[in-house]
Write a protein that binds this ligand. Sequence first.
Ligand SMILES: Nc1ncnc2c1ncn2[C@@H]1O[C@H](COP(=O)(O)OP(=O)(O)OP(=O)(O)O)[C@@H](O)[C@H]1O
Ligand SMILES: [Mg+2]
Length: 297
Amino acid sequence: MKHDANAIRRDQGKLPMHASLPIEVMMQEASGELSVTQYTNGGPHGGPMIEALGLQKRYADTWAVKGVDLQVQPGEIFGFLGPNGAGKTTTIKMLVGLLRPSQGIARIDSYDIQRDPLAAKARIGYVPDQPYLPEKLTAREFLSFTAGLYQLDRKTARHRGEELLKVFDLQDRGDELIGGYSHGMRQKTALAGALLHNPKAFFLDEPTVGLDPRSASLIKVILREVAERGTAVFMSTHILEIAERMCDRVAIINGGQVIAIGTMNELRAGQGDVSLEDIFLKLTGGAEEAQLAAALD
Ligand SMILES: Nc1ncnc2c1ncn2[C@@H]1O[C@H](COP(=O)(O)OP(=O)(O)OP(=O)(O)O)[C@@H](O)[C@H]1O
Ligand SMILES: [Mg+2]
């Protein structure tokens, strides 16, 4: 079936407008420790929305991340690329406050995630590479539960939940247990949950893994829409075509260090009309393997 981008755009224009919070912040919110509106209605900052300053992470003898510096502006889609084990997930986990850096600082909207975690996390939406979802809930129940933690009123919660189920093509399956969902359906349910509110810094770790082309395309449209509302989108991906087509800037990380960062034009500088794949393979030492593979063909 031909993909109807306009239909997606129409549905997508109705996405709910509130911020997505990590579960621990939602729990604090639900217990009255934190007012979401206190932190999410436009900060006083106006600088980069996401900032890494010399981030490092060490596990025993392994330096998973050796010093990452980067900034992502509001409204920007930033692609984070690198080979397996390069340090992408570790960097993202430090940026969203799930891992304490061995060195360095992560800031969200100028709030230091370690020193001011509630304010920083209140602005964050995060879809991990393997999202945790309650198997014994239906998607509708999950969205309702999530909305409850956000303290959305029941009517608004139901309305937004239905919109999101529709956007993600889950409306007809929304009363089935998540335990019986396919990988892609789970991924879309996690995205819907993360979009019940409008995060100012939206992190996605490999968002298109296992998605069919239509769902992957839908996510591209949704991320662009989210960015157009002023959210900084930080996305790790192995799919270079996606990064090339949809990211405003990309960083390539290898061995725990950022080895290139910029727009596609900046990365291409002086190299002619090369693809991101060419640049990636050259920088990450994969060019020889590519030549070898070509020779074996
Ligand atoms: N909990 C941990 N304990 C020890 N080492 C870890 C731990 N988590 C990650 N590492 C190591 O840190 C390095 C970076 O891992 P990370 O998961 O950040 O890579 P990645 O770029 O996300 O890779 P992939 O593309 O495969 O998802 C790897 O060498 C990994 O083995
Ligand atoms: Mg990873």
